[in-house]
Design a binder for this molecule. Structure first.
Ligand code: APR
Ligand code: MG
Ligand code: MG
Length: 197
């Protein structure tokens, strides 16, 4: 992967198609009161997906020239990748976090959104995701991110971060966990440090 840098929406929109392709992805999460093994607080349910290429990423995709806006492009992709449950979702400009700009292997501006749902909404999405057009094709499955660190110091978030991610998805995940305080700062820092080894 070439050099990637973060940018604001305004800056990102100066990179125009057809020279630059624009893509939109969203991190969906919900407060989750459960405890693993009756002990370890789950805190939040954060959704990612296993992609067709074996890498982890967020739901979303390329915006087409026919899409009226970034958000309409995202909404179309979410219907394809998440199925009928996507009708529950209204991802708007207010949910925009930032963009990642990369020149290699192709010129892509990846816009990133973060949206909070209720646990009930998130569960409905999960249930209906198997009905998606792309299920078993571009999307091999939705999954939840483990946000804790197990007693061995590796299991949970550190092990999860050691997977392979598409383009900037790993950075996007870490940034969102930090900005939205989905994981305590110390835990996140520890997980990132362990995963790098
Ligand atoms: N998750 C996924 N992709 C991301 C992310 C992220 N968090 N951040 C940036 N990207 C970039 C990648 O470079 C990715 O290839 O956005 C690009 C487009 O996103 P996809 O979700 O892969 O695009 P989508 O429109 O859903 O369809 C995949 O890509 O390789 C082609 O032919 C293939 O039709 C397929 C399409
Ligand atoms: Mg797609
Ligand atoms: Mg996609």
């Amino acid at each position: 992967m070439g050099e990637v840098r973060a940018a604001s929406r305004g800056e990102a929109l100066r990179f125009k198609p057809p020279d630059w392709k624009h893509a939109c992805h969203v991190l969906l999460y919900a407060p989750c009161p459960g405890r693993l093994f009756g002990k370890i607080p789950l805190r939040y349910a954060v959704l990612m997906q296993m992609r067709f290429d074996g890498r982890l990423g967020f739901p979303g995709g390329f915006v087409d020239p026919q899409d009226a806006s970034l958000e309409e492009g995202l909404s179309r992709e979410l219907h394809e990748e998440l199925g009928p449950g996507a009708a529950l979702l209204q991802v708007t400009e207010n949910d925009y976090l930032n963009a990642y700009i990369s020149e290699r292997p192709q010129r892509v501006v990846a816009h990133f959104y973060v949206k909070q749902l209720s646990l009930e909404e998130l569960r409905t999405l999960e249930e209906r995701a198997v009905q998606a057009k792309d299920h078993g094709l571009e999307v091999m499955g939705l999954l939840r991110v483990p946000l804790y660190i197990l007693r061995d110091g590796v299991g949970g978030l550190p092990a999860f971060l050691s997977n392979t991610f598409i383009s900037s998805a790993r950075d996007q995940l870490i940034q969102a966990l930090d900005v939205f305080q989905l994981v305590p700062k110390e835990t996140l820092q520890k997980a990132v440090n362990v995963a790098q080894k």
